[in-house]
Design a protein around this ligand. Structure first.
Ligand SMILES: Nc1ncnc2c1ncn2[C@@H]1O[C@H](COP(=O)(O)OP(=O)(O)O)[C@@H](O)[C@H]1O
Ligand SMILES: CC(C)(COP(=O)(O)O)[C@@H](O)C(=O)NCCC(=O)O
Length: 814
């Protein structure tokens, strides 16, 4: 039987391993690294609320939830908002909301089942020390170990153990990951040097049907047609257990990582019988190439039968390990296609930790699926392939608890709220980190997810939500850009540290925490330099978001709060004058002044090192000097004429403006621009961040500022705020960039209700790093100042080049 994997391809892989193995082994964890203290891995255990465990034949996966208090230090309260004014500001009062919410985080930890006892002991110790009890009376337990370790789990955690069906947990976990984690699934393309991982956008509405092939110790094959409609249609004994077990018998491998390392180094042609070994060449009649595997391990018989006089050297351990990995991966691929065909399914996801994001395994399975399905089916892998059962078990427990307690239910949370991967606490794709586990060192893999506490949904005016990708440049594919941005953010970290310390003048340990932040951020950047795919896709957005996550991690909820406060005050003082100048201009000059104001405001960006230099100079940066910095027209991207023409032709019904920085940007740029639209009869929604990121304005801050704005300009802006012509809303995010596939559900509803026909994206983060290529079903403006020399040069311009992109939808007859 042809093995399904051509040895020619495998030979090329064998030759490639010398270059790729070091990287891949870093991924699989055999790289020497510092042993982490257990507390750094079992994070937030003292706030743990609920546990679940999936104890498999080989690996145990522990899941727990913890609460993270969003102890946002309040900025010196803007004196502008007294209780009295708050009460009288109709329209604004309703917008004010509680922002000091408790966040929910999910932690998943994976280690070899043989350490289960030490792990439970460690947890027990921690829970005893903290004196806190789990909020749940029971722990959900799945996998074979739910039976085998029943007594151990219940005695150590002092909780009732509820056994849960393994398949149900597996599917629940898989559906949750597909719906909630961006870039969760991918196809693997070994021969595409630049882009080995093609991440898939999973439309949450059309997740089903699919076939799940879970390769754990054994293999389960499940046909999934809905959340509760699934059927274990088959399985195989030839799985991860066979690879690890047989591999250990056949070689001197010291553990799984060692076996994988051997497989990378080995040459299967010393072990497998190829078509050429049988036929002397290709088997033309059947179309079997000469280097196809005819029989796995077929050559080993020669060594077994050979006497000492034959001088046959037995195959190396590495060759056997490779042949074994190919044999098992090939067979599973073949079986998967047969089941997919039998059940008329064309999507096959591979779960289970045998895969371990390993390039030979993924490549062989992909090849087998392609070969046996004649190119009709592609193998889909999951970034968190080993956690499906644990996630499912955790969700089951949480749902049941919330039903009993009849309060804010987790079942609602898994279906109504969105989750983000918390990169700051994840060890990354397939990586194992050595951890000091009571008295032993154990390799552990960690995943964390954070509840967005919101129902995030796609922006309704995307031309094609299914194909929308927020990021303009994929840094995993662009080596030069990746090297530049990682280095640029490394250089910017000192400034962030300084601002973080400044933001908490009364704290004794701010400097220490800020240094820890710096250390961790630099560590993550180093990992991403070596393993760009560690967290799925890599882009400027994910690098910036990681910065925010780590700041929060070290209790810097708003590092720029003092800066923002000062800039807001200064800009409010200038607002009246700026409005007066604008009002004195003729119509066309006014339109240009408004656009230039929007752009000049965007220069006030604490995320851009070139600008920081200007702002920290003596005298700082004024709005007037920012205006002077702008590239003279024609701009690098200049559709001002087209914008003016559109304004002449029509009055927009409603515009949504995604605001960027605090101070001059929002108050002297966005507000006057919005005011002009309002005067033309256009309703305006200003959508600001839900939580702080750099010096970006948040929705709560803007609501407060608007009280003063209304006082400065009662006739137009004051009236607009109270009549609902100007709405301030939350975009659902806390990033300097903007992912339009996940915006706040209420903003989405308002956009639909008010029939938004103009989208304005402002700033580098929202209009250049992300969404530059986004297409909308209505008119749009993308406005930004390029405040980074490298990027400006790359785009063919100089620092402070201007992007002003006005676009009409494809089908628009205007
Ligand atoms: N560090 C490791 N130790 C043991 N097995 C590992 C390791 N990393 C990956 N594996 C592979 O993962 C398989 C177990 O996958 P998993 O999905 O956890 O299944 P199970 O729940 O049956 O333990 C093992 O049989 C082995 O092939
Ligand atoms: C962080 C930013 C995206 C914010 O830009 P904005 O959206 O405020 O225009 C931008 O400043 C940026 O790309 N900074 C990278 C680092 C630097 O240029 O120094």
């Amino acid at each position: 039987m042809p093995g399904g994997s051509s040895s020619e391809k495998d030979r090329s892989a064998a030759q490639e391993t010398s270059s790729s193995s070091s990287d891949e082994m870093a991924a699989s964890g055999s790289v020497r690294s510092i042993v982490l203290p257990c507390d750094e891995v079992f994070r937030n255990l003292k706030n743990a609320k609920r546990f679940a465990i999936d104890i498999g034949g080989s690996l145990a996966k522990l899941a727990y939830s913890s609460t993270v208090v969003n102890e946002r230090k309040t900025a010196p309260k803007t004196k502008l908002l007294t209780n009295e004014t708050r009460a009288h500001s109709t329209g604004l009062a309703e917008m004010a909301r509680e922002s000091n919410v408790e966040g929910m985080r999910l932690h998943f930890i994976k280690f070899e089942t043989k350490y289960i006892e030490s792990c439970l002991e460690f947890i027990q110790q921690k829970l005893d020390q903290s004196g806190l009890a789990s909020s749940s009376k029971a722990v959900k337990c799945t996998g074979g170990g739910a039976y085998k370790y029943f007594d151990l789990v219940s005695s150590k955690l002092r909780l009732e153990v509820h056994k849960e069906d393994e398949m149900e947990c597996l599917i629940k976990g898989c559906n949750f990951l597909l719906r909630n984690i961006p870039d969760e699934s991918f196809t693997y393309h070994h021969h595409d040097e630049l882009n080995k991982y093609h991440f898939q956008t999973v439309d949450p509405i059309s997740v089903f049907p699919y076939l799940l092939v879970n390769i754990g110790t054994g293999v389960s094959i499940v046909k999934v047609e809905g959340d509760t409609e699934f059927d274990r249609v088959g399985g195989s004994t030839l799985g991860g257990g066979s690879f690890f077990g047989l591999g250990s018998l056949l070689t001197d491998a010291k553990g799984f990582d060692d076996l994988l390392r051997m497989a990378e180094e080995g040459d299967h042609r010393n072990v497998d019988l190829l078509v050429s070994d049988v036929y002397g060449g290709a088997y033309q009649k059947l179309g079997l190439p000469s280097d196809l595997i005819a029989g796995s391990f077929g050559k080993t018989i020669q060594y077994s039968n050979a006497g000492p006089e034959d001088h046959k050297t037995p195959p190396a351990d590495a060759d056997k390990a490779r042949s074994l990995l190919l044999m098992i991966s090939n067979c599973i691929g073949q079986i998967a296609v047969l089941y997919a065909r039998m059940h008329k399914l064309n999507r096959i996801y591979f779960g289970g930790y045998f895969i371990r994001n390993h390039h030979i395994t993924m490549r062989t399975i992909s090849y087998a699926i392609d070969y046996w399905s004649q190119g009709e089916i592609q193998a889909l892998f999951l970034r968190h392939e080993g956690y499906l059962g644990a996630i499912g078990a955790f969700l089951k427990g949480a749902e049941e608890d919330s039903k009993i307690k009849k309060h804010a239910s987790f079942s609602d949370m898994s279906s109504l709220y969105s989750w983000n991967e918390h990169y700051a606490g994840c060890s990354g794709l397939g990586r194992y980190v050595p951890t000091a586990f009571l008295s032993q060192n154990v390799n552990i893999n960690v995943l964390e997810m954070e509840c967005a506490k919101k129902n995030l949904m796609p922006f309704p005016l995307l031309a094609n939500a299914a194909t929308y990708r927020p990021d303009t440049v994929d840094l995993t594919q662009d080596d030069e850009a990746r090297a530049y941005w990682i280095q640029c953010l490394e250089r910017g970290v000192d400034k962030t540290v300084k601002k973080a310390i400044e933001s908490q003048p009364d704290s004794d340990d701010a400097a220490e925490r800020a240094n820890n932040f710096q250390h961790r951020y630099l560590q993550h950047l180093k990992l991403l330099r070596q393993k760009p795919f560690a967290y799925g896709c890599l882009n400027v957005r994910s690098l910036l978001d990681l910065n925010e996550q780590l700041l929060n991690e070290f209790y810097f909820k708003d590092a720029y709060q003092l800066q923002k406060y000062a800039e807001n005050e200064a800009a409010l003082n200038e607002l009246g004058e700026v409005l007066k100048i604008i009002d004195s201009l003729e119509w066309e000059d006014r339109q240009l002044a408004l656009v230039k104001g929007l752009l000049a405001g965007n220069v006030f960006d604490w995320g851009a090192q070139e600008v920081v230099k200007l702002m920290e100079r003596e005298g700082g940066l004024s709005f007037a000097s920012a205006l002077e910095k702008l590239q003279p027209r024609p701009w690098l991207n200049d559709s001002f004429e087209s914008w003016v023409e559109s304004l002449r032709k029509r009055t927009h019904k409603c515009a949504v403006i995604f605001a960027d920085n605090s101070g001059a940007d929002v108050l002297l740029g966005v507000i006057p621009f919005a005011r002009e639209l309002i005067q033309r009869g256009t309703k305006v929604i200003i959508a600001a961040n839900a939580s702080p990121a750099l010096n970006d304005i948040t929705r709560d801050e803007l609501v407060e500022l608007c009280v003063k704005v209304a006082e400065i300009d009662p006739a137009i802006l004051g009236k607009a705020l109270s009549s609902g012509m100007l709405l301030i809303m939350d975009n659902g995010q806390g990033s300097p960039c903007l992912d339009l596939s996940r915006i706040d559900g209420s903003l989405r509803a308002a956009i639909i209700e008010h029939e938004v026909d103009l989208v304005v994206l402002e700033g580098m983060g929202r209009a250049l790093h992300t969404n530059f290529d986004a297409e909308f079903s209505c008119e749009s403006l993308k406005a930004a100042v390029v405040k980074n020399l490298w990027l400006a040069n790359r785009l063919g311009g100089e620092i402070f080049s201007v992007i002003f992109k006005h676009e009409l939808p494809q089908s628009n007859g205007l």
